[in-house]
Design a protein around this ligand. Structure first.
Ligand code: PEP
Length: 243
């Protein structure tokens, strides 16, 4: 069975003072019935170790070490207390030109360091409007998910680029179509494809979480803006717990 995961991506937000939000979230969910994964900026990972949540990085380098100023290896994230890392977030693909091959290499590096890779894929608005969403998803799955992926070491996050941070959300039919497609592709390629968690990401809020979690093959969410405040993220965790 896929695990249910409520994941928060803080992006480039968060100073030590903001850890109070995670303390408040921990008070509201001291023993969550679903996996809660918080991906703060790397500077805060070590400070999150005592929380009752899994902690993740937002990116890692494909190499284990070396002359890569400013980058972090997967082993460094693990050493700081992370058990997971996002790879291929659309902001990394856009801001840093990351290709599917880069994402696959980073995901393999994550696995080698014992981290779960949360591999992000999703179409742009032009691709959605051009009717190529499913073929874009196929290309990204084939290129970004390495052969060593298993349901234990990999999570797929479907995040339509046009829904991230925009307040626009696909219809539940659109989400259902893509998630069923991802499930089918994973099942064709991997013996345990039925067990991978597939998260939806893009403008998830407390007010829309329950209807999104009711969609087949939606096993949780990757949440940006609404993960920054305990008051916003807690209802999403609660909705997943009762989904
Ligand atoms: C994200 O950063 O992955 C994301 C989905 O952001 P938001 O929830 O703000 O749309």
């Amino acid at each position: 069975m896929p695990r249910k995961i409520a994941a928060g991506n803080w992006k480039m937000n968060g100073l030590r003072a903001n850890l109070a939000e995670l303390d408040a979230l921990a008070k509201a969910h001291p023993a969550p019935a679903v996996d809660v994964l918080i991906c703060p900026p790397a500077t805060l990972i070590a400070a999150c170790r005592e929380l009752p949540f899994a902690i993740g990085g937002q990116d890692c380098h494909a190499n284990a070490s070396g002359a890569h100023t400013g980058d972090l290896s997967a082993a460094m994230l693990a050493d700081a207390g992370a058990t997971a890392v996002l790879t291929g977030h659309s902001e990394r693909r856009t801001d840093h030109g990351e290709t599917d091959a880069d994402v696959a290499a980073k995901s393999t590096a994550a696995h080698a360091a014992g981290l779960q890779a949360v591999i992000c894929i999703g179409e742009t608005l032009a691709e959605r409007e051009g009717g190529t969403t499913l073929s874009v998803i196929d290309t990204q799955l084939a290129g970004s998910v390495p052969d060593g992926a298993t349901a234990a070491n990999t999570v797929i996050a479907y995040e339509p680029v046009w829904a991230i941070g925009t307040g626009k959300v696909p219809t539940t039919d659109q989400i259902a179509e893509v998630h069923a497609h991802i499930r089918a592709r994973l099942s064709e390629r991997f013996a345990d494809g039925a067990d991978f968690s597939i998260l939806y990401g893009g403008s998830v809020k407390g007010s829309n979480a329950a209807e999104i979690f009711a969609v087949d093959h939606v096993n949780g969410a990757l949440v940006g803006g609404a993960s920054l405040k305990a008051a916003d993220f807690s209802p999403i965790v609660a909705a997943l717990e009762t989904a």
